[in-house]
Design a binder for this molecule. Structure first.
Ligand code: HEC
Ligand code: HEC
Ligand code: HEC
Ligand code: HEC
Ligand code: HEC
Ligand code: HEC
Length: 323
């Protein structure tokens, strides 16, 4: 079996080199930055020592995908973006968090977003599949052409979803190569990302009940909040306040008075990072306007304490609606 694994590793290495040699600068775990030894043993030993409890399946350095990825992404490797609570590396930034946010402990229900290694029925999904999420449920472990190596078919239903950096998503700072602490903080900070389109469609591959927007339908998503709909879609603006959104002042925005940082949005006409971040009347609400992709500080993975209550409980809603 050892020889077989080694042979297939060599075959895959050749395959991967051919497939992703043209990968964009600033992507990690792909092409030349896919360093097999980050995740796999080169033999059944590491540095001549037997790995405690190992060797593991496909010669991974850890017993499970979550443990493997978190062995660097839990804050112990200061150059690897930390995705497990508590996260401190972004504290100097204006929002203090990364774009995706963070998980809790593996194997424990996470009321603040996605849980890892914890069996649950997929909510807002027609099939209602019972799954245990791990990093590989959303990220291609050997990299691909998508932003953050997001899977092209996370639900395993034959989708081919493109979320490409420079096309659907824009960033200002690329991470350093080789990785540095300051480079990773700048690259993965929430403020370094601007969106044009594609994220809601990607999320709705698993949460497919939200794939179509039926106004005030009973999909139970608090009576069907639309995604990928522009603030100025309907005139007169009975529901939204596009001018309030572009001005960015007062209700929902005033940090000293129950406001939060401007929530992420899709900028349909964006061509680069600057245009993707400039607020406009036809900006669109998307999943990440309200939810952190991994999870965060608030119930339901929300960007503000919507369910907890308090002064900020309607902050995000008010930015777009100002009721
Ligand atoms: C040996 C440490 C290490 C391990 C193990 C590791 N990573 Fe990483 N990862 C890093 C570092 C360091 C970076 C940031 C590199 C950079 O951008 O300069 C990174 C970046 C990433 C990124 C952002 C990539 C991009 O192009 O935007 C993703 C997504 C990611 N890792 C997922 C994973 C997943 C999933 C696993 C497990 C299958 C994993 N990592 C295992 C160190 C590691
Ligand atoms: C960021 C971590 C990471 C890196 C780097 C990495 N792998 Fe993997 N690899 C994995 C994980 C995780 C699995 C198991 C996938 C699963 O169980 O879902 C895997 C599985 C495999 C397999 C089994 C077949 C398959 O695709 O499932 C082969 C072969 C393999 N890797 C080869 C390589 C080679 C060659 C390299 C270097 C070019 C490499 N890997 C780099 C994480 C990594
Ligand atoms: C691979 C399938 C998959 C993808 C892709 C996916 N989810 Fe989920 N999601 C799940 C599963 C399974 C659960 C239930 C288990 C859990 O909460 O961890 C869930 C739960 C949730 C919850 C409820 C969390 C809570 O604490 O109540 C929210 C909100 C959510 N997802 C939003 C999103 C958003 C936003 C995206 C896109 C960034 C997304 N999901 C992408 C599978 C997925
Ligand atoms: C439910 C899907 C999902 C799961 C599960 C998931 N990710 Fe992510 N991850 C995303 C999405 C979507 C983004 C991009 C969010 C954005 O930039 O707006 C992301 C971004 C990242 C980033 C960039 C840094 C950041 O915080 O923004 C890293 C690193 C990363 N993921 C690593 C991991 C690791 C390691 C695991 C497992 C411990 C994991 N992810 C599990 C969906 C997921
Ligand atoms: C305008 C804000 C907003 C937008 C946009 C939004 N959500 Fe939600 N979502 C919420 C709120 C608020 C809840 C909590 C509802 C409750 O528990 O009362 C929620 C709950 C959820 C849940 C958990 C449902 C359950 O039954 O546990 C999932 C899954 C989810 N959202 C996924 C998504 C996805 C995927 C998208 C994009 C297609 C999206 N949401 C867009 C605000 C939003
Ligand atoms: C990023 C902007 C944005 C945020 C944040 C936002 N909304 Fe909306 N909302 C919209 C847009 C755009 C529409 C659709 C256009 C319209 O109905 O005029 C909409 C529509 C609605 C509707 C009418 C839905 C229907 O089917 O008729 C309600 C109710 C609503 N939002 C409530 C909320 C609540 C509650 C929150 C906070 C949890 C919230 N919104 C957060 C932009 C946003």
């Amino acid at each position: 079996m050892g020889t077989l694994v080694k042979l297939s590793i060599i075959t895959l290495a050749i395959l991967l080199a051919g497939l992703w040699s043209s990968a964009t600068a600033g992507q990690w775990h792909v092409g030349e930055s896919l360093r097999c030894q980050d995740c796999h043993l080169q033999h059944a030993t590491q540095d001549g020592e037997q790995v405690p409890g190992g060797p593991y399946s496909t010669m991974l350095l850890e017993a499970s995908v979550n443990e493997l990825c978190l062995s660097c992404h839990d804050g112990t490797d200061p150059t690897a973006p930390d995705v497990q609570s508590p996260v401190t590396m972004y504290s100097a930034g204006s929002t203090g968090e990364s774009a995706a946010g963070f998980f809790g402990q593996v194997g424990v229900d996470n009321p603040h977003g996605h849980g890892l290694g914890f069996g649950a029925v997929t909510p807002l999904q027609n099939q209602g599949l019972f799954v245990q999420l791990n990093c590989a449920a959303c990220h291609a472990v050997h990299g691909n052409g998508n932003y953050r190596n997001l899977l092209i078919d996370p639900a395993g239903v034959g989708d081919s979803l493109a979320v490409v950096e420079g096309v659907h998503v824009f960033t200002e700072f690329s991470p350093a190569n080789p990785p540095t602490v300051a480079g990773s903080v700048a690259a993965y900070d929430r403020d370094n990302v601007g969106y044009k389109e594609g994220m809601s469609t990607w999320c709705a591959s698993c949460h497919d009940m939200l794939a179509a927007n039926e106004q005030s339908s009973t999909t139970a998503h608090f009576n069907g909040h639309p995604s990928d709909v522009a603030l100025d879609a309907y005139s007169p603006y009975n529901h939204t306040a596009p001018g309030h959104w572009t001005a960015g002042l007062g209700e929902g925005f005033d940090l000293a008075d129950g406001g939060v940082a401007r929530v992420p949005f899709d900028s349909p006409g964006a061509t680069d990072y600057v245009s993707s971040r400039a607020a406009g009347l036809s900006d669109e609400v998307q999943c990440l306007s309200c939810h952190k992709a991994h999870g965060g500080a608030h119930a339901g993975g929300m960007l503000w304490p919507y369910r907890e209550g308090g002064a900020e409980y309607l902050a995000g809603c008010q930015q777009c609606h100002n009721k």
